[in-house]
Design a protein around this ligand. Sequence first.
Ligand SMILES: [Cu+2]
Length: 674
Amino acid sequence: MKSTLLLLAVAGAALLSVASADASNAQKQHDVNFLLWKVNEHLRDETHKGYAKTFDPEADKSHYSDNGEAVHRLVKELKDNRLLEQKHWFSLFNDRHREEALMLFDVLMHCKDWETAVKNAAYFRERMNEGEFVYAIYAAVIHHPLAEHVVLPPLYEVTPHMFTNTEVIQEAYAAKMRQTPTKIKSSFTGTARNKEQRGVAYFEDIGMNTHHVFWHLEFPFWWKDSYSHKLDRKGENFYWVHNQLTVRFDAERISNFLDPVEELQWDKPIHDGFAPHTSYKYGGAFPSRPDDTDFEDVDGVARVRDMIIIDSRIRDAIAHGYIIKEDGSHIDIMNDHGIDVLGDVIESSLYSPNAQYYGALHNTAHIMLGRQTDPHGKYNMPPGVMEHFETATRDPGFFRLHKYMDNIFREHKDSLPSYTFDDLDFKGVSVTNVAIDGTLETYFEDFEYSLLNAVDDTEEIADVDIDTYVPRLDHKEFSYNIEIKNEKGSEALATIRIFAWPHADNNGVKFSFDDGRWGAVELDKFWVKLSPGTSTITRKSTDSSVTVHDVPSFKTLMEKTEAALSGGGDLDLHDYESATGLPNRFLLPKGNHNGMEFDLLVCVTDGAADAAIADLHTNDDFIHYGANGVYPDKRPHGYPFDRHVEDERIFEQVTNFHHSHVKIYHHGEHIHHH
Ligand SMILES: [Cu+2]
């Protein structure tokens, strides 16, 4: 990820020395804060205002690594009046919108120094569509080596409309009109009468949605390696991040006594409708969908039949064990790498070896589902929630769609040979005990965020605080105490992988080991050095490498930045440099009052064989979905539960795995702050 792993990117390392010479971290943070602050209004920073007025992007091409090619293209579009107007909705899945946002991204990526990047950002912020601008800034801060330590403000405070219900936004406007400080309660979109969302509506969490957006920004489907480097195992990561959302949602449903999600099928009605209760800042309300609608062809996007054809071509590839490239040659997928190719094919990203033939199942499905309310454009509706990563999980169809794709991935994974005893064994190492310190217990806690950037204002009128609070899932802190015996006679590097899966479904029917393991939720992964003899490793829930901390509020970020700038103090925001990863508060599935039983698997494997980079045991910033540089773990995502389990007794025979049962409790506790 942005922290340590960035150093591994060849392009990144070369530019880093330039970075330290040209602007302090606090200055960079200040610039990004103000570029994103009140993004639908005019710039507020005096220096930025000056840039917007007087900067000529094409005046000195020596500041660009492409000799100004990208900026020339964008300036030409601007002068020709071809760019999307301001105060209009933006969707990444709209080809022209995306093209424009990426033109700006391209300009920023080619700026050789920070100042040129800020000048361009300020200049185009006043001239381009706000949604395109925000997207380009987020993508550039994530991928540009010069922005390595910059923390992006919480997206739900930059574009609150995409995360907050219409009713709440309307109250915020009213509070702004009255100039009265206000705290508004947010409710979830699901109602008690809607069985589908009863109990699980909390899963449309602002942090979970932010994670989803950030993942797609770090591993964008539009990525070209010419921007800087190849995104390691991008396709496999696509499968894994969505697999984890899918299995987590099922665990939440079981917690709430609901059936696991059923997959979506093109030739069957979409059973669940929904009302998103969300509106664009500009462009009206997001469309809703009634129950039991049949899939219809969407004009200009795809026919339902096309989707079925693409589906069967992909399933054919899985059955054959190879993907056919554009030139007719074959790529063998019957190995660890196969899932990576298949992920690129299914999404599809520009890495797909044959998008012409295999299409773009995932991206097209998002648009198809998003448009079912107005498939022929008769009512001129804006895009649906499925056409934005921020809002997609509001549609229960999202999880059905991803269950459908997850099942395709499983079809492939299950076609590979099972792991053998020798594959799994870590000779001389055994896990002798695993104990949990503390209780596995979840609760809800109100979380506040600001709606200031949702409402319109002017520089002349002072801001009043307008906040909303929303219940979010959290859990009590706990630790794992893992007792490991090392009889190798020497120190050994070990990878510790922790997974949990629901022991039984909502009817109390036990999952087979093979079905259970496919539903495994990854709780942590880290490296340790084992000294000879027995040692106990204590790992805290707060250290989980698959989760991230909640970024401080936009206001706190700004205050800290300004304090560091004026006092010359250090701006230490290191912990928040990545927002990709589930929020740590979301680590555990909700569970229930009686204690929901989970299988807990702690797998200790050969760290020296697994590690793709050195010294992982000293690296406490290892971030799981890392995008820059090499992915730290050589094993497939989900290892060792990614492959079909022919005979589960192997997992009991190897001594380096530990299988126990734990219960996760939820007693209806809700911490209010008002
Ligand atoms: Cu996604």
